[in-house]
Design a protein around this ligand. Structure first.
Ligand code: BDP
Length: 705
């Protein structure tokens, strides 16, 4: 198996699974583009795959011993009255399984399709219980973002080139785009932005509007709406205007016109995603307009069509590294808080989970506590940009949950991030989430079979943020690898240990991911963190480490939280160990709550993390013969790489801090590897020793080339 069907394999169940099944399928709509029609096809395909039974799909018929799928109103029309007992919200569905009689009813067609996938997911996992329930989404916006460029490359994409674009155009064969839509709808994602946030104006030229229209056409049967990222300067670049000032009448007309062209081709277009004034992208600040002026420009253009604007909060200036008072973490609140209440109702401010940038550990972005009259969404990243780029196993939901389950205590009341983004806490009409996914043409989509659990889990969580990370993982494992209990237990153990392991060897105590920040964001390169304008600083010197973000002494960041939380982080004693160096600058000998010193924690954690990664190899090897060879070998290859690379990480970081602090490891490990044969000490044929810079990128600073 190559992974293309991900968790929708509909693999035959082992012998002995003979539940009562419907004798036929009734899909209450047959128009080809309708999600209900897709649901009928999907039920047929699934039951065929899992049980080898070929059922026919009709549009009408007898309800008993059938699987009926449709909207509540389609059902009422066909059968008289609705059996649905609970309230259904937009995209919600009702599932009623009584042996061979199955009702799958959506509030809309998309909901009906979700219900069909849910029923099939039960069957594929060997769950044949009778059930009767309604389920509704936590929030209306459950999007994914793809950072695909028009030339076919993908920014921070680790699974091959784009499934949407090549050579400046939309590709002619959109089979993969359609297969992707199928995967996304099965996890209840309702829209996908297909081009990079660093957008290219050519995406919205007349030819490409037709092209992305074809993408929307293949998305539509799956209930996935298309969204686009915009380049703020398009009025100049594409429209030949002399300005892109958001208040300029010509600019307003330009965007009204573009929006009309898009809706003419794509009547169900979802909306715009905007990265402006960020990392060199153009934006309203260029004309001394506010970010709200920028967002509302698009909001007004798109409102008549019912679309929305996702305006990213990732706005900051590149910093001067010699300015020790500067802190990029402050930027989002500094820019956006004063504008609270000024954004139109169809704008959602899309906020990365932490104040910096998808790091291995960050506190929840304080912006979630500062926008009380603005719709918000959280931005997560399934693409493991800083988290091993799919070459390391890192199951992300436990990390995401540290943010979503964080209580910001706005006005001293319970304010979980998950209740802010759903709109519940501040009674906002809109909200939700977006995840940067970046699948590519690789058969495995993300470049790694095991990484797909993150995409699956994202969809499940976006529907219900309180779902259990481990249960989600186990559902995914059964669907992806089958019902063998050893397989399920092993993948659970590995995945649940994976984020802590990665944190242990890549950056501890809230120090962020200590990787190469200049280019790759991949391997270890701790010194780049303090020598760049990006503001991902650790402030490490010979005696001390950590970024003082307190109000009393530091950058003031802790003061961006509501009082109870601010006080906790302001104070060294009440800051949790895992964020200590995020908020405080301390000596290497500072004692943690755990009783260890900071430096000894570094050493221990790195050894522990790397050891866990070594164990993944043996754990995975124990599954040989229990899953197909192709996926077994593929994953094994990645685990062996991770095991090796975790040692590279371990040694680079511990050597760096050992060197800079001069404090020995209590356990005597750092610098001592009695059983290791260095590459340069081997008999070299065709290789030469080479001294690397930075020194910590190779043991003894020598690599062979
Ligand atoms: C950073 C990525 C960069 C993105 C940026 C963003 O390295 O490629 O363009 O985020 O989110 O993490 O806009």
């Amino acid at each position: 198996e190559n992974g293309l069907h991900a968790w929708l394999r509909y693999a035959p169940l082992p012998q002995g699974h003979n539940p009562p099944l419907p004798l036929s399928i009734i899909a209450l709509s047959s128009s080809t583009n309708s999600p209900v029609n897709t649901a009928g096809q999907e039920l047929q395909k699934g039951i065929q795959g899992i049980f080898g039974k070929q059922l026919s799909v009709f549009n009408t018929g007898k309800e008993t011993s059938s699987a009926v799928v449709g909207t509540v109103s389609q059902f009422q029309k066909a059968f008289g009255s609705s059996p649905v007992k609970d309230k259904l919200e937009e995209d919600g569905f009702w599932l009623n399984v009584k042996g061979s009689t199955v009702q799958i009813l959506g509030q809309n067609e998309r909901g009906a399709l979700y219900g069909a996938f849910e029923y099939l997911s039960m069957l594929a996992q060997g769950n044949f219980s009778n059930v009767e329930y309604a389920t509704n989404p936590a929030a209306p916006v459950r999007w994914i973002n793809s950072w695909d460029n028009m030339d076919g490359s993908i920014t921070r994409g680790f699974g091959g080139n784009s499934i949407f674009f090549a050579d400046g155009h939309v590709v002619s064969n959109l089979t993969r785009a359609s297969e992707y839509a199928r995967l996304l709808s099965s996890i209840r994602i309702n829209a996908a932005v297909v081009n990079d946030v660093n957008a290219n104006f050519t995406t919205i030229n007349p030819e490409n509007i037709q092209g992305v229209g074809r993408i929307a056409d293949v998305f539509r049967p799956y209930g996935i709406q298309l969204g686009l990222s915009l380049d703020f300067a398009s009025p100049m670049e594409l429209g030949n205007l002399s300005t892109y000032d958001p208040l300029d009448p010509g600019v307003i007309v330009f965007w009204d016109d573009i929006t009309k062209q898009i809706y003419d081709r794509i009547p169900d277009f979802a909306g715009y995603l905007v990265k402006a004034d960020s990392e060199g992208t153009p934006g309203p600040l260029v004309y001394n307009r506010t970010l709200a002026d920028g967002a509302n420009l698009f909001a007004k253009a798109i409102k008549p069509f019912g679309g929305i604007v996702m305006y990213r909060a990732f706005v900051y200036n590149l910093l001067n590294e010699s300015d020790w008072t500067a802190d990029r973490a402050n930027a989002a609140v500094d820019y956006f808080q004063p504008l609270d209440g000024q954004f139109d109702d169809n704008v959602i401010v899309q906020i990365k989970y932490g104040p910096i940038d998808f790091q291995v550990r960050e506190p929840a972005s304080p912006l979630f506590a500062n926008l009380l009259e603005t719709n918000t969404a959280i931005e997560l990243q399934v693409a493991q940009e800083y988290l091993g780029q799919q070459c390391h196993l890192v199951y992300l939901p436990p990390l995401w949950r540290t943010i979503l389950d964080f209580d910001l205590r706005v006005q001293n009341q319970s304010t979980f991030v998950r209740n802010v983004i759903t709109g519940e806490r501040f009674e906002r009409p809109l909200g939700g989430s977006a995840a940067v996914v970046n699948v590519g043409l690789n058969d495995t989509w993300l470049g790694s079979h095991l990484a797909m659990s993150n995409l699956y889990a994202y969809g499940r969580l976006a529907w219900d943020w309180t779902s259990d990370s481990e249960e989600i993982l186990q559902d995914w494992t059964r669907l992806t690898f089958g019902l063998d209990q050893t397989v399920i237990d092993t993948i659970t153990q590995m995945s649940m240990a994976s984020w802590p392991a990665y944190e242990n060897y890549s950056g501890n105590l809230g120090e962020q991911t200590l990787n190469d920040i200049l280019y790759t964001h991949f391997g270890p390169n701790p010194q780049t963190l303090d020598n760049t304008p990006w503001g991902q600083w650790t402030r490490a010197d010979h005696t001390s480490i950590g970024m003082d973000r307190t109000v009393s002494n530091g950058t003031g960041f802790s003061g961006q939280y509501p009082p109870e939380v601010a006080e906790m982080y302001e104070n060294l004693d009440t800051t949790p160990d895992n964020l200590l160096l995020w908020f405080h600058h301390v000596n290497y000998s500072q004692k943690l709550q755990s009783g260890k010193t900071v430096i000894q924690h570094f050493y221990d954690a790195h050894y522990e993390g790397a050891e866990t990664a070594q164990n993944f190899v043996t754990m995975w090897q124990s599954l040989q013969g229990k899953i197909d060879d192709e996926r077994f070998e593929d994953v094994l290859f990645r685990q062996v790489f991770q095991a090796g690379h975790s040692i590279v990480w371990r040694d680079a970081i511990v050597n760096f801090y050992n060197n800079i602090s001069g404090i020995p490891d209590d356990a005597g490990r750092v610098g001592h590897h009695p059983f290791r044969i260095e590459a340069e000490s081997m008999e070299l044929s065709g290789y030469e020793p080479y001294v690397v810079s930075p020194f910590e990128a190779a043991s003894n600073s020598i690599a062979i080339v």
